[in-house]
Design a protein around this ligand. Structure first.
Ligand code: MTE
Ligand code: MO
Length: 469
């Protein structure tokens, strides 16, 4: 691209608004992104922060941008190069915001390293009813913040006004300690299957973006009661994390106040996972657990709780984690028209064997294991499994949380079933579907639930295996 026009940093710097056009620098290239800004999947405000300057520091945090597709999209907007002199001076000492990440177990399969996104293999996932912390999937959007317990504080606010700031000791001694067992599942779990329908955007999760753990902490409703909050005056409770984007904005989301204030909804500020202090990846020292609700609302590294009339205005509440019609495209999507995902629909997955495994047939049968879960405290009441395209359905045996109360079934259910296999069969296709306590059933295929963000991927799980007789 040596034939292109050359610009100085100063010239690029003047193109920092729609009126003056919006230019950015990446490597030596200068790009005019004015027309693209409103189509940016991360929202126009995020990309405009880079206007007139280099987008590299932003991409080093939002590292999911470093893909061939996005690079070529950017190349299509190239208008020139910055001068050689300026290119040198622009190679400033870019520090790596990911230099303080915790160590991770190597069984986790990495779907993205900056930010870190990883899941266990599916046979390992269903080995235990309680998922060991080291095998629990990790979904970070930003670098893991480094928090010193001695300096940790949680701010409590009503609308814009801070009412109280509590340290770790105050939080953990002032309120009653409680433990729940709950699954946390990412809204994009099983996205890799939906992406076979059509292209979509998001981390390519297999079936492992879910885990089931015990969470110990204090009840959010106790903390809110203490603030004297009346449920009638407000509509939402917002959570902010200590993890910050390049502009200093925290990861943030919100839940309806009815969920937050209901003692039976079991929303807790957790400081222990499986009986031990939270690990750094899972939110040390305190995270919110909103059982029955999409993973994105379970804010880690909790820094602030805001009681408000409005939802969180963050990108993660307004411009992401929403569902759309299969016909909605990136060109016609209007995020303001879809509500934020809260309670999750019923879902299941076959975990062992995995797709394309070779399975030994014993006494004419094969063993199949998996998990199922539904949001909103709905219990999974049945799993149906077929290996003849639905002519015959076999009911699986369930491993459940026997302590869970009616309407407050937050755990997953593990299941296993023996399927009879024809002696002559070489390949077997297995389907599984779950039914929850409201008799909601999974949809049969992904075709009619496809959405551009690849969320709510709860169609029947279908795998093909080879049999060895
Ligand atoms: N909280 C903060 N502060 N930052 C994040 O990036 N990711 C959310 C949620 N809470 C996130 C967060 C998402 S999308 C999911 S699915 C869960 O955390 C993942 O929790 P885990 O990493 O403990 O499995
Ligand atoms: Mo997520």
């Amino acid at each position: 691209r040596k034939d292109m026009k050359t610009y100085t940093l100063e010239e690029v710097g003047r193109h920092d608004s729609k009126q003056n056009r919006i230019w950015v620098i990446f490597g030596r290239g200068v790009y005019d992104i004015t027309e693209f800004v409103d189509k940016h999947p991360g929202g126009p405000s995020k990309i405009v922060m880079a206007a007139g300057g280099s987008i590299e520091p932003f991409w080093s945090i939002f590292a999911n941008h470093n893909t061939p597709e996005i690079q070529s999209l950017l190349e299509s907007m190239r208008i020139g190069n910055i001068s050689e002199e300026d290119a040198k001076s622009n190679e400033n000492d870019l520090y790596d915001p990911y230099e303080n990440e915790p160590a991770r177990h190597k069984v986790l399969k990495i779907n993205g390293s900056k930010p870190f996104c990883a899941e266990p293999s599916s046979p390992l996932l269903v080995e235990s009813f309680i998922t060991p912390v080291d095998f629990f999937y990790v979904r970070n959007h930003l670098p893991v913040p480094k928090i010193d317990l001695k300096n940790y504080t949680l701010e409590l606010a009503i609308e814009g006004t801070t009412i109280k700031t509590l340290d770790f000791k105050a939080l953990t001694t002032k309120y009653e300690k409680t433990t729940i067992t709950a699954a946390v599942m990412c809204g994009g779990n099983r996205r890799s299957e939906m992406s076979k329908v059509k292209n979509l955007k998001g981390v390519s999760w297999n079936v492992g973006a879910v885990g089931n753990a015990t969470w110990t902490g204090i009840r959010l409703c106790d903390v809110l009661k203490d603030l004297g909050i009346s449920e009638d005056k407000f509509n939402h409770v917002q959570f902010e994390g200590y993890d910050l984007d390049p502009s200093g904005m925290p990861y943030a989301t919100s839940i309806p106040i009815s969920k937050a204030m209901d003692p039976r909804a079991d929303v807790i500020l957790a400081y222990e996972m499986n009986g031990k202090p939270l690990s750094r990846d899972h939110g040390f020292p305190i995270r919110v657990i909103v059982p029955g609700v999409v993973g994105a609302r379970n804010v880690k590294w909790l820094s602030k709780i805001v009681v408000s009339k409005e939802e969180s205005q963050s990108q993660w509440q307004q411009g992401d984690y929403k569902g759309f019609s299969p016909s909605t495209t990136w060109d016609n999507v209007d995020f303001s028209k879809s509500p934020a995902i809260q309670e999750m629909p019923v879902i299941s997955a076959i975990c062992d064997p995995q797709n394309s495994d070779v399975v030994k047939v014993k006494n004419g049968k094969i063993q199949v294991k998996g998990y199922a879960w539904s949001g909103g405290g709905r219990k999974v009441i049945r799993i149906d499994v077929t290996n003849d395209q639905g002519k015959t359905w076999h009911t699986a045996d369930l491993i459940e949380d026997l302590q869970a109360k009616q309407g407050r079934y937050w755990s997953w259910t593990l299941w296993n079933v023996e399927l009879p296999v024809d002696k002559r069969s070489k390949e077997v296709e297995i389907w599984a579907k779950a039914v929850d306590s409201s008799y909601n059933v999974q949809p049969e295929s992904f075709n009619n639930i496809y959405n551009i963000r690849g969320l709510l991927c709860n169609a029947y799980h279908k795998i093909k295996i080879k049999t060895q007789h």
